[in-house]
Design a protein. Structure first.
Length: 303
């Protein structure tokens, strides 16, 4: 099996449509079908099947997808290793949560692209640190920004960049906004706007509530922190969000900090990669730039 076949399979596995795959790769549809059939013959198992009009991956297809991603990644690393500093291209796949992509990483990306304009930089959403760690272990990510407490390294190299301040916020005209001596029990009957399950700062709030025997009865889960923030501004509930997400709105007076301080261990933004990962020149430079900007808090060129 060659890299062309693997890339065709991976594209088809994402689109689940051979016609769309052919269009994306600028192939004839018959070529896509032939490449997939060739892989299936080599593996001795079907990778796709049709259920009515719907194309789906078989169990073998799901299993092979992880290996195909690893083989393509190893092939790219081999080319970059041989080319060394002379390599003009390549691809880096980085995992990060929405809050980091929006508020932390634009200056990092700008600096990286100015130094490596021909390196394709792909960001994959990491909805939880567990998913990011799994994708690092499986080779689907070159590196990932993790927002979590300090934890054992296992097979990953994890470098702490900065400590995050988590704020419990409400609309400026919320009844709790002007209260003195705020207690966590005050939110028990308030609508609580939460990020997806597995998010570190959601875990922080829920674990603090459990330890304090506070059990909110009205929880709403969102897939977007921006949606949560806008709902807080509209007075629809209370949320725990990183300070970087709400800093501007706090300054403008659209929302208020309720003054909650969690007794739980703090949360850090960390950069992680597999300890056995070969650090290509672009990846090493990306790590160095991340250290430079995030540890020092630099935000040049970012509004």
């Amino acid at each position: 099996m060659d890299e062309k076949q693997l890339l065709t399979f991976l594209t088809a596995a994402e689109t689940l449509n051979f016609t769309k795959t052919a269009s994306m790769l600028n192939f004839a549809q018959s070529s896509v079908t032939a490449q997939v059939k060739s892989l299936e013959t080599q593996l001795g198992r079907p990778l796709f099947e049709r259920l009515g009009r719907k194309l789906v991956l078989t169990e073998a297809g799901h299993q092979f997808k992880g290996y195909a991603e690893k083989m393509v990644k190893i092939s790219e690393e081999a080319r970059m290793a041989v080319n060394g500093e002379r390599g003009n291209g390549g691809r880096l796949t980085i995992g990060a949560q929405e809050s980091q992509c929006t508020y932390r990483l634009p200056p990092v990306l700008k600096a990286f692209k100015s130094r490596h304009p021909h390196v394709e930089l792909i960001f994959k959403p990491a909805h939880s640190d567990e998913y990011a760690r799994r994708d690092l272990m499986d080779g689907r990510l070159d590196a990932a920004f993790i927002m979590d407490r300090s934890s054992p390294r296992d097979s990953l190299t994890i470098e702490t960049l900065l400590q995050e301040d988590i704020k419990l916020v409400a609309a400026s005209d919320h009844p709790l906004a002007g209260s003195k001596g705020f207690q966590l029990s005050d939110i028990e009957r308030e609508p609580l706007l939460l990020t997806e399950d597995g998010c570190s700062y959601r875990n922080l709030l829920e674990q603090t509530c459990t330890a304090s025997e506070v059990y909110p009865v009205n929880k709403l889960e969102f897939g977007s922190i921006e949606a949560i923030k806008q709902c807080v501004i509209a007075g629809l509930g209370i949320a725990a969000l990183p300070q970087m997400v709400v800093e501007r709105e706090l300054t403008e007076g659209k929302i208020v900090d309720l003054g909650w301080k969690s007794p739980q261990p703090p949360i850090f933004t960390q950069l992680a990669w597999h300890k056995d990962k070969w650090l290509s020149p672009p990846l090493k430079d990306f790590i160095d730039i991340s250290r430079e900007f995030l540890k020092e808090g630099r935000t040049e060129g970012f509004v």
